[in-house]
Design a protein around this ligand. Sequence first.
Ligand code: TYD
Length: 211
Amino acid sequence: MAGRFIAFEGGEGSGKSTQARMLASWLEECGVSCDLTREPGGTAGAEAIRALLLDPPGEGWGAQAEALLFAAARADHVARLILPAIEAGRWVVCDRFLDSSRAYQGGAGGVGDADVRALHAIGSSGLLPDLTVLLTVSPEVAEARTHSRDGDVVDAIGGRPAAYHAAVAEAFATMALAEPARFAVIEGGEGPDAVHAAVRAAVAPLLEEAE
Ligand code: TYD
């Protein structure tokens, strides 16, 4: 049986990376072989593109170039890691995927949803996760968490103005409303264990199907 593909999405400081790690170890404990990966990145080529995106040379990327680079990184990640794993029956837990491009580049960056999806159709055959867990936190919680984690060091995208990140959050919320069957929206402001319990509940139906 083919594996399952679960993505975590949300703004900066929403706890995605912690929750992706916790879910992957829980799945392994349940006897499910699981690959934990992230975007941008996950393969050598995509990690090289990640460095270009988060620490851009020169004056930085325009919105369209940025969207193309994310799509290129994703195409490599899908072709070399995600699809082979799923086809081999492994589950993939990914920290960010297409919906980050839709929210950041498409929504906040102004590229538009249709164009981001067109790039995804070309690069990654339009692959979508079986389940997308959207973690939501207030801007105050997000700011406190990123500050305690990163201090004053910000990357080129995380360091954009509050209005950009508000537009990201709004775009995520709109996507989740439009596709309720694919999205589980979970309030991420609680402690990691409480959020993990909610994530497990959202993943349980996929596990039952696989049994
Ligand atoms: P990362 O350090 O992984 O941030 P976080 O811990 O918040 O996930 O850096 C990823 C950054 O790239 C983050 O600011 C979101 C952004 N991003 C996009 O703008 N578009 C995308 O498609 C993806 C995958 C990430």
